[in-house]
Design a protein around this ligand. Structure first.
Ligand SMILES: [Zn+2]
Length: 81
């Protein structure tokens, strides 16, 4: 794969930050190897990286996170005055 599915841009190997919902938690993983679209920034993981990621997610509680960050959550979009 060397073209972006979304915009047809050129893919180059690089790194991306993943924000994943896993069992009710939001997990952020930085510096993940991926093919990144030079045009829109969409990142594509290899099958191998995806498999590693799935395995990691299933046991991520065994690892100490680099840090915890607060994430704001809202119950809907309020009407703007
Ligand atoms: Zn793209």
């Amino acid at each position: 794969m060397d073209k972006c599915d979304l915009c047809g841009g050129e893919l180059r190997s690089g790194r991306t930050t993943l924000e994943i919902r896993y069992k009710g938690e939001l997990v952020i993983i930085e510096d993940v190897l991926a093919d990144v679209c030079q045009q829109c920034g969409e990142a594509y993981l290899s099958a191998e990286t995806s498999a590693q990621l799935d395995r990691f997610l299933s046991e991520h509680h065994r690892y100490k996170p680099e840090r915890y960050i607060p994430v704001p959550q809202y119950a809907g979009v309020p009407a703007m005055g």
